[in-house]
Design a binder for this molecule. Sequence first.
Ligand SMILES: [Zn+2]
Ligand SMILES: [Zn+2]
Length: 245
Amino acid sequence: MFSTWHTLLAPLPGICQVCGGWPARPVCEACARRFAGPAVRCMGCAAPVPEGLTRCGTCLTRTDPQVLQACTAAVDYAYPWDHLIARFKFRGEPGWAAPFAQQMLQSPHSRDLLVRCGLMVPVPLTPTRLGERGHNQAWELVKAVRQQARLQGLALPELAHPDALVRLVEAPDQHSLSREQRLKNLRGVFAAHPERVTHICDAHVLLVDDVTTTGATLHAAAQALLQAGAARVSAMVFARTPPPD
Ligand SMILES: [Zn+2]
Ligand SMILES: [Zn+2]
């Protein structure tokens, strides 16, 4: 049904792309609220947690060294966001960055991270993938978050670089793999750009991406930043795959 609506509604300005309501922003306020997802998330990995908790069981019992200081997610990677993200990423519609950024700035936790970090860095694509896609969706989100934060009078990291991290190779398809297998696949995939190391060094870096599934990509990207001398790395994503029922 969604694809039919999409075909019918996409050319029309001012129509909610979820419910078809008019006049509206690309996602009307009612739909943004209805599909906002869990209100409380783990500060370590953005998994949903019951009201009153700040960390999930996995983060509380973690024994390996903490790579990501904190992680926020705006919505669950589920309807309608999964469809909208596909349009954002694969159908040449970078304009979705603005409504997604609006959603990302809703949570106090996200706004707090913007205050505490000094450098925003998108999870990069390989040059080949960037050429095919025409834009890096994560960098579009960085720009949109910064623009919205400025409009809202929020403090934000002083610097943002699209190329502070580079992706050296494309990891093989990760879909059916466990977090451990994904981490293994991602070894050596990211590296800090030599010309950006002075900005990365001693900084609290805020990594930005559109979607996180197991957190393996964020983990690998954060490790590359820490190896380049970052003091801390946190992450802000638009959508997080919800845990299985
Ligand atoms: Zn709507
Ligand atoms: Zn957690």
